[in-house]
Structures are given as structure tokens and as C-alpha cells.
Design a protein around this ligand. Structure first.
Ligand code: ATP
Ligand code: MG
Length: 332
């Protein structure tokens, strides 16, 4: 079986609809075809300031949400990044073969450091794509399910894997991004020019999966559309409506064409009301399952402990190989 690997940050309490449609749905699907490893990337979360109590709670909450979304510990390996120390260890190695200029070209750093200014951003935020390279290479992953915003980091991963392999001998598998075009970028409901994001979206533009149904409904009903009245997919001229159609179509399995036909001659109000219903039907059981995992911390902890153990076996083998190729003297 080919390997899949991906990670998600515990930077806020709830995952959002972009995380679910762009990434988590693909995690669930790839369990069937791949030897899949998924992790909550707490080491990435600390590239931005985190309250320790919140970080700990959000890490458990993130794992509970992944299980609620359909990750099955019998069919994939689910773990917490910091439980596998090899991530930080190989991360250092990868830092040492990355050019400063190469790292400076990562657009996520430019975006994320823009707000507070580059001088108040941490060095960790600057090098986080390189830690991500290590995350992926440790598992010799073939496929990395992610949203469009991560494409550049997967390219970097391939570049660094090739560089290491050609300098030190074949060690790492070259991964490919697994990006589902239609849902690769879910947009902010208030500003359909930017992606929906945990850190950058305004609360009204962000559909959190754990929001109260009333709040979800309200956010969808106040989504920005346009001054026409026609319900038609056109991501350039009608980004707001197109975003709603993408969400609707992915959650129900209906095609965009079917939706366009159904809403022909109807207003945006009708589309939004129905989509709000679809969303509520989706998040209600999701919230319930998440709560069930939180209410049973022993089960959750044991899933994560088993996951870390399985992950570590793979990661330790890859790290040992990399250290050996580099010429690091083994401890006796
Ligand atoms: P942050 O703003 O803090 O970076 P985020 O919203 O981007 O948070 P991440 O944990 O960084 O969330 O991303 C987890 C996964 O979700 C990644 O694979 C990412 O590509 C995907 N993703 C995030 N936002 C979207 C979106 N709007 N549309 C599609 N996929 C997305
Ligand atoms: Mg992100």
C-alpha cells in the first residue's frame, strides 16, 4: 500500500469548513487505499503564541474532531506530533540543507508575519515549512492530502528530499500533494478573495464545525454574494455564490449543474436557507461524536498512545538511516 501523511494544527478550538472539505475528507477517503498517518501538529502551533492551557485542551479537542469526522484508529495511525520526537530531530537536519533564500520564498511566512511585522515573527514560524518537510519524509509518504495553500510546501519537500538523496544516497521517498481541485480552497464567507482560515478569517467569515447551529445558520445567511440574482457557478465574477455552491455540492454529493438547475429563477435567500439546513444536518452528529470522545478520555488517550507507538516505529527507522547517511557517529 502507498503511504499517506498529513497534519492539522490545534491552533483554535474548532476546525473550520475549509479544513474539513479541503483536507479532513481526503484523510478519511485515503484510509481505504493508503497506509495512512495523520497527526495533530502541536509543534507547528507553537510557531505563534499559544496559551499552554488552551494548547493542551485544543490538542485533545483536535484529535476528538478527527475521530468524529471519520478517522478510524483500526485503519489509520492517529497521533500527536510532539509524541514522536523524531519530527524535531529530522527537522533540524532539514534546516541544515535548506538555503536561507529558499526558505524566504515561502509565501505562508510572508502572509502570516505580515500582520505583526516580520521582526516580531518567531524564527520557528520562518522555518515551519522545513519541519513540515521532516514530518512528511519521516514516513516515506507518497501522498500528502492538503489544501491549495500547502502546495508550495510539498514542492519544498520534494526539493529537499531530492537534495538529500543526491548528496548522501537514496534515503527519502519523493511525495506528491494530494489536492482535490474543487475543494482545494474554500473561501472566507465575508471576503471570498481570501481562504477561510483559523488565524486570518473574521468570525463571521469562518464556519467553525463546533459552532452552535444557530450561529452557523446566521453566518451562512449573511455570506457575501453579489448584486445579480442569478445562482450560477462563476468563480471569477461570482466568487461568493460559487463558494456556497462548492460547499453545498460537496456536502450533499449533488453536482453543481444539478444545483444550478434546481435554483434557477430562485433568489440567494433560498439557496442560503437550504445550505444552512444542510450544514446543520452535517454538524449536529459531528458535534455529538466529538463530545463523546471528549467524555471518554481513557479511550482517546489509548488511541493516541497506540498511534504514537506505531508512528515512532516508522519514524525512528527513517531517522536512523538519515543520521547514518549524514555520518553522525552512532551512540554505543
Ligand atoms: P492557520 O490559519 O492557523 O494556518 P488553517 O485554517 O490554515 O490555520 P491548518 O491547520 O493550517 O488550518 O490547515 C490544515 C489543513 O486544512 C491543511 O491541509 C490546509 O491546506 C487545509 N485548509 C486550511 N484552510 C483551507 C481552506 N480554506 N480551504 C481548503 N483547505 C484548507
Ligand atoms: Mg494553515
Amino acid at each position: 500500500r502507498p503511504r499517506a501523511l498529513s497534519g492539522i494544527q490545534p491552533t483554535s478550538g474548532s476546525f473550520h469548513l475549509g479544513n474539513y472539505l479541503g483536507a479532513i475528507r481526503q484523510y478519511v477517503a485515503l484510509q481505504e487505499t493508503h497506509d495512512a498517518f495523520y497527526m495533530v501538529v502541536d509543534l507547528h502551533a507553537i510557531t505563534m503564541p499559544q496559551d499552554p492551557k488552551d494548547l493542551r485542551a485544543n490538542t485533545r479537542l483536535s484529535a476528538a474532531q478527527l475521530l468524529a469526522a471519520g478517522l478510524d484508529p483500526e485503519r489509520c495511525t492517529l497521533f500527536i506530533q510532539s509524541h514522536v520526537p523524531e519530527h524535531a530531530q529530522l527537522g533540524w537536519v532539514m534546516n541544515c540543507i535548506t538555503g536561507f533564500g529558499e526558505a524566504s520564498r515561502m509565501t505562508q511566512f510572508k502572509d502570516k508575519s505580515a500582520k505583526g511585522g516580520v521582526n516580531s515573527a518567531s524564527v520557528g514560524l520562518f522555518t515551519y515549512p522545513i519541519l513540515q518537510v521532516a514530518d512528511i519524509l519521516l514516513y516515506q509518504a507518497n501522498a500528502v492530502p492538503v489544501g491549495e495553500d500547502q502546495r508550495q510546501h510539498i514542492e519544498l519537500t520534494r526539493d529537499l528530499a531530492e537534495r538529500f538523496n543526491s548528496r548522501f544516497g537514496r534515503t527519502f521517498t519523493l511525495p506528491a500533494a494530494h489536492i482535490v481541485k474543487e475543494v482545494a480552497k474554500i473561501y472566507d464567507l465575508q471576503d471570498p478573495a481570501i481562504k477561510m482560515s483559523k488565524s486570518a478569517s473574521s468570525p463571521k467569515g469562518l464556519i467553525n464545525l463546533l459552532d452552535e447551529p444557530k450561529v452557523t445558520e446566521k453566518k451562512i445567511k449573511s455570506a457575501v454574494t453579489d448584486t445579480e440574482a442569478e445562482i450560477r457557478f462563476d468563480s471569477e465574477k461570482k466568487p461568493g455564490v460559487s463558494n456556497l455552491l462548492t460547499i453545498y455540492s460537496t456536502l450533499t454529493g449533488e453536482t453543481i449543474a444539478e444545483l444550478e438547475a434546481r435554483y434557477e429563477g430562485k433568489g440567494y435567500g433560498a439557496l442560503k436557507t437550504d445550505l444552512a439546513g444542510v450544514m446543520v444536518d452535517f454538524v449536529t452528529p459531528f458535534k455529538k461524536r466529538t463530545q463523546e470522545y471528549l467524555d471518554d478520555p481513557e479511550t482517546l488517550d489509548s488511541i493516541l498512545a497506540k498511534g504514537a507507538e506505531k508512528a515512532r516505529a516508522v519514524a525512528a527507522e527513517t531517522l536512523a538511516q538519515a543520521y547514518d547517511r549524514l555520518g553522525l557517529l552512532p551512540a554505543k
